[in-house]
Design a protein around this ligand. Sequence first.
Ligand code: NAP
Length: 313
Amino acid sequence: MPTVAITGASGFIGQAIAHRLCKAGLKVRGLVRASKKNLSLEHQNFTQVSGNLENIESLHTLVLGCTALIHCAGAIRGATKHDFIPSNVQGVANLLQVCLSQPVPPRVVHLSSLAAREPSLSPYAWSKREGERLFQKDAGPLNWVILRPPAVYGPKDEALLPLFQLGKKGIAMQLGPPEGKFSLIHVEDLTDVIIRCLEFHTVRSTILEVDDGLPNGYSWESVFHIINPHIKVRLRIPPKILLLIGKSNERLSRLFGYAPLFTTGKVAELCHSNWVCDSLDARQQLEWTPQIPLEEGLRHLFASDRLMFLKKN
Ligand SMILES: NC(=O)c1ccc[n+]([C@@H]2O[C@H](COP(=O)([O-])OP(=O)(O)OC[C@H]3O[C@@H](n4cnc5c(N)ncnc54)[C@H](OP(=O)(O)O)[C@@H]3O)[C@@H](O)[C@H]2O)c1
């Protein structure tokens, strides 16, 4: 049975992928940082490798004898380039070095981000682009493909769920410009396209955008209309206020020593008006069709959210 290695197995996207691969009968080896004791992924096909992207030895243990590696780990919180370099740049360099040292290097699927299309917007976007450039520059004979997803939603996502929940209650909180357009993808569709990448080895040395297939993307208005056609309150936070919140959060994070999610860089990303994907290449080359339109994805999301609430109480 082939073994697939995955980094970021404790994360929102990594867990979903690892779970699907295990259920499909593959052996999965997942890199998990030592601090994560309560990983919910318990499956007979799953083996945990304790370590991190900075530790070359743990990366060797992870990759040894694997036919494929899905690189899902990445820092998504931070205020400066220094916060993102260890995971998103040096981490890629370390993985490339370890993969290239294998007698039979694995096929590598690297999860980048649509943010990499606009590297000047934020330290995060810059770091994702730098990770891609390392593949293009240093991957030598390695067989790799890079995927650029837009915002990903689904169960266990902590970024978009609060906005969706507010929308459900009739409050539309718009964080970007009114003319802003963006694509979305459900985590299960993203998992599907990653599995296609494992099958289609001939699609290599390329960067592919992936989304739910909606041409021209969503506006904030259209998303809130899908969530709740009877919105009662519309809140649009002006960019100046968003920047103020981002700056304050950065100061607080320095004071209390946490990695901030909402930063001035995140505000610059939110205020960018075009986050629409073109997933035609991915669909054609990987013979893949996204299956989950937003209406259906949200229905499942709210159902699982209700279930979690019932379990907690
Ligand atoms: N969510 C989205 O909307 C979205 C959109 C586009 C691209 N992406 C990309 O998709 C990937 C996964 O994102 P996510 O949303 O699943 O984020 P997440 O829930 O924060 O997961 C990130 C994962 O990476 C791990 N990680 C980070 N730095 C690491 C390091 N130095 N060594 C080992 N593990 C490390 C984390 O481990 P811990 O659990 O120990 O922190 C976690 O398992 C990221 O590369 C992100 O850039 C996400």
